[in-house]
Design a binder for this molecule. Structure first.
Ligand SMILES: Cc1ncc(COP(=O)(O)O)c(C=O)c1O
Length: 394
């Protein structure tokens, strides 16, 4: 181990993908692998999810989708890739040549994509997005009819194919929230209007992880879970991963790089935010906020070392933090420190970290930089098919 290691349990990814497919009522499964597969490493996770039944990969940034499409090494017939965020000067022709399908929220984007399709002499596969109430991406209700009409004209010309219609929830983690029913109704209205105009979408899609695990009746033709694929709960106040039939895939471990005696009354780390109450022994862990450890974990970040759970003592620095191991501690330099894992050995979980620093599990894992060593395992052993950490941690 260089300074720290992320271990990704591909059996967990597979099992989660199968569990989500079960909940999808026959719909296709899109593995959302944006943001480097929520920090888990996009290409290995994507390959694993495809092996477990995913037929689509979902990415936000087109640049990231192109990178994944280039490095995936999976037959194009086996999986489709969709991206939904790009700038006005994006290279749509290259994306279309690679078979990447595009989410479209505006007329301007539709026109730019059609131009890219003409350059590539191919038909672009587009998914028209309706803003049903999230108030983020998607065409506004007032723009939807024009967007559909223009898309139909471009489809008649052969520049695009209306592959999908889709939207995204604001409150899927709170199924009783009135916005949920309102968004479903707005989506249905949008689909009805588009059909009246002559649109025949091959795939309608709306469900993310929370919609799937709470059983909202919105699986349509395709579901788009991200978080749950990684074995994390999108409704942590209501149900843990185990209760949802999911298994967290990620373990983050480091080691003690220095162990030393420290007297009572000694402040630890910058600003002395922690002061030892008695003569004690401290341990230094060589990871910090440059490695995705929240600075807000100062004095609260949970870790497991020497079979006991402890909290970070003092400020998290750029590349290290300190633990107060207690008087007479038996830990040695080189001993393993687990920041988080599935939790079944008593170690803290991603959710424990999210709770400790006041954020959501999504932010804990997506902050982990691509530069960290990642090891992919099956049945507890490194997975030979996944290459080295360097070429898979894209
Ligand atoms: C458009 C879209 N669909 C699906 C997802 C997956 O969401 P989740 O990770 O909550 O399942 C996301 C992630 O934020 C998203 O932006």
């Amino acid at each position: 181990m260089h300074k720290a290691r992320l271990t990704i349990d591909l059996d967990a990814i597979d099992a989660n993908a199968r569990e989500l497919k079960e909940r999808a009522s026959g719909a296709e499964l899109m593995a959302v692998v944006k943001a480097n597969a929520y920090g888990h490493g996009a290409v290995p996770v994507a390959r694993s999810a495809i092996g477990a039944g995913a037929t689509y990969l979902g990415l936000a940034q087109l640049t990231e989708a192109i990178e994944v499409a280039t490095n995936l090494g999976v037959d194009k017939q086996q999986v489709r890739i969709m991206a939904w965020l790009y700038g006005p000067d994006a290279d749509f022709a290259s994306a279309i040549e690679r078979g990447i399908e595009l989410g479209v929220s505006s007329l301007a984007a539709l026109k730019a994509i059609a131009a890219g399709a003409r350059t590539a002499a191919l038909t672009a596969q587009v998914h028209l997005k309706l803003d049903t109430g999230l108030g983020r991406a998607g065409a506004a209700k007032a723009q939807w009819e024009d967007l559909v009409r223009d898309a139909l004209a471009l489809q008649a010309e052969g520049a695009i194919n209306l592959r999908g219609a889709w939207s995204h929830f604001a409150y899927a983690d709170d199924p009783g929230n009135p916005t949920v029913a309102a968004q479903i109704e707005a989506f249905e209205d949008g689909l009805r209007l588009a059909r009246r105009l002559g649109a025949r979408f091959e795939l309608c899609h709306l469900a993310n992880s929370a919609a799937l695990v709470t059983g909202l009746p919105v699986t349509y033709d395709l579901v788009r879970p991200g978080l749950a694929l990684y074995g994390l709960s999108p409704i942590p106040q209501v149900a843990s991963p185990v209760e949802l039939g999911l298994r967290p895939a990620l373990t983050f471990e480091a080691y003690l790089s220095l162990v030393k005696p420290v007297p009572a009354g000694q402040g630890l780390s910058y600003g002395h935010a922690y002061v030892t109450e008695r003569d004690t022994i401290t341990g230094l862990v060589p990871v910090g906020y440059a490695d995705g450890i929240f600075r807000a974990a100062t004095n609260v970040g949970p870790v497991r070392v020497g079979g006991r759970n402890r909290r970070i003592a003092g400020r998290v620095c750029m590349d290290q933090f300190v633990l107060d191991l207690g008087p007479g501690a038996l830990e040695r330099e080189g001993d393993r420190v687990i920041l988080f894992g599935p939790g079944d050995q008593g170690e803290p979980t991603v959710q424990d970290w999210a709770d400790a620093v006041g954020t959501i599990s999504y932010e804990i894992t997506t902050r982990l930089p691509a530069s960290l060593e990642r090891v992919y395992v099956r049945a507890g052993r490194p997975d030979a098919g996944m290459g080295t950490a360097q070429d898979t941690a894209a």
